[in-house]
Design a protein around this ligand. Structure first.
Ligand code: 4AD
Ligand code: MG
Length: 467
């Protein structure tokens, strides 16, 4: 009789007594002369289902082909389990081997399971418990993000990945070109590269942020969000930076800075709560295996009111800390960009909870931020998290045409390239705000993983673009 496959996640919730078919990859095989035990995982859950095989000559021949990493299908009876730690297990009546796995060459051996090693076999690491858990959480979080904004009536807007403008004005973009770099490059009269000969007829790059296009959306549709990959060619080899990372950027008409902070705080709490409510098995696995304070830390964020603090006050606290003997690698003074050590001091040592820092000096923030009356600071907001530092960056936007144009000029940026953006301030300008959440930074927090390379399937970092 034909029988359809049941996923392991569902098998583990079924009552004993039925004939079932499971398919998946072998995690372990052990046993004795009479009986073999196989732990089978199909990626649907962190848990394995135990397969019990009574040995006979026919089964012995099949078992000989089965080792860690092999792919098999198992037909059998779901029975109550005596001692596997699960309620049920499968007594196999028929096993099909789909793909063997040479035990001498299988890259995921017990002997080296360090994260550093696993990064070198990133094509296989989704088959480990840890990466299974992380990747399921990643997928669930993406779903929760869409659900959150849709429930609030936000429109999902797709910003382009190839662009001619540097949204952050930081100049660390990856260039996109079809010009043949092995041939002499076309030059104009001034001796510069002639981009009119390039694919788009101008110089283009991969986007660092979808925000500017997001503002076009918000000033038409009211409330939008983007969610897509962004690219930064910053040579930052840290556990918190990727060259290719995903960002969620909501942008809202008629929101001021306070509304923006309220949304950011509610959003992030919703996501953390979602992880605890819907992915508890995976979170618990990561908690028990690596980070015994993970669940506690996640819960504490949900029930804590974030501190809201002016940059100037933050600097005062840090200066005092330095006077009291705290050793910072980078100097602290008004006007300095905060380093992750400073952010973490405020969050972990001083307040013991997430902090939203506002009112940054305009000189360390992007051109589009709304300027305060003091002429020195802008209505920026960074959300700082324990273990991570900055998880969100955002601001109220400069809605005044003249102020925006003046700032673009002051920074020596090209107004001509941004005419389309400036049009939002020429025609029906409105107060508006938005922010960007780094998806992988969120995942660092939710999974408790230490390195951002371990919360994205195929990390892109300086000198590394394998797989
Ligand atoms: O602070 P950032 O640069 O802000 C923007 O890009 C704004 N356009 C966002 C907005 O207002 N719509 O980046 C936003 C967030 C950071 O807080 C951080 O979480 C993440 O993106 N991020 C990175 N994550 C991983 N690797 C990198 N290299 C990152 N750079 C920024
Ligand atoms: Mg930032």
């Amino acid at each position: 009789m034909e029988i359809i496959r049941t996923k392991v996640k569902d098998l583990l919730n079924m009552k004993a007594g039925e004939e079932v078919l499971a398919k998946g990859w072998v995690r372990t095989k052990r046993g004795n002369k009479e009986i073999a035990f196989i732990a089978l995982n199909d990626g649907s859950t962190i848990k394995n289902i135990q397969i019990v095989v009574d040995k006979n000559p026919e089964m012995e021949a099949v078992l000989a082909k089965i080792s860690t990493g092999a792919c098999i299908g198992v037909r059998g009876n779901l029975v109550e389990s005596v001692g596997s730690g699960q309620a049920v297990e499968i007594r196999a009546t028929e096993i099909t081997v789909y793909g063997e796995s040479d035990p001498m060459r299988y890259p995921l051996q017990k002997k080296d399971t360090s994260f550093e090693y696993l990064r070198t076999v990133a094509h296989m690491r989704p088959r480990t418990n840890t990466f299974g858990a992380v990747l399921r959480l990643r997928s669930q979080m993406a779903f929760a993000i869409h659900e959150y904004f849709h429930s609030k009536g936000f429109v999902y807007l797709n910003a382009p990945l190839i662009t001619a403008s540097d949204a952050e004005g930081a100049g660390n973009m990856f260039q996109v070109t079809t010009l043949d770099l092995n041939a002499p490059l076309p030059k104009n009269k001034k001796g510069e590269i002639d981009y009119s000969k390039d694919f788009f007829g101008r110089r283009t790059s991969l986007t660092v942020s979808g925000q500017l296009e997001g503002e076009l959306g918000a000033t038409a549709l009211g409330e939008i969000y983007t969610f897509g990959p962004t690219f930064r060619a910053e040579n930052s080899n840290t556990p918190r930076h990727l060259a290719e990372f995903w960002m969620i950027e909501p942008e809202m008409a008629f929101y001021d800075l306070k509304d923006n902070m309220d949304l950011a705080e509610d959003f992030i709490k919703h996501l953390v709560r979602y992880a605890l409510d819907n992915c508890f098995d995976d979170v618990k696995f990561l908690n028990d295996r690596y980070d015994p304070e993970l669940i506690e830390r996640l819960r504490s964020v949900i029930y804590t009111e974030f501190v809201r603090l002016e940059y100037t006050e933050g600097i005062r606290i840090l200066e005092q800390a330095a006077k009291d003997g705290v050793q910072f690698e980078y100097p602290v003074f008004w006007g300095a960009d905060l380093q992750s050590e400073h952010e973490r001091y405020l969050v972990e040592k001083h307040f013991g909870k997430p902090v939203i820092l506002t009112g940054y000096p305009k000189d360390i923030k992007a051109f589009y931020m709304k300027q305060n009356e003091d002429g020195k600071t802008v209505r920026a907001m960074d959300v700082l998290f324990p273990k991570i530092g900055e998880i969100i960056g955002g601001s109220e936007r400069e809605a005044d045409l003249t102020k925006l144009e003046t700032r673009i000029d002051e920074l020596g940026m090209s107004r001509r390239n941004l005419e389309w953006y400036i049009d939002t301030r020429r025609f029906g300008s409105c107060p508006h705000s938005g922010f960007g959440l780094g998806f992988e930074r969120l995942l660092l927090f939710v999974t408790g993983m230490q390195n951002i390379r371990d919360v994205i399937p195929f990390p892109r970092t300086p000198k590394n673009a394998e797989f």
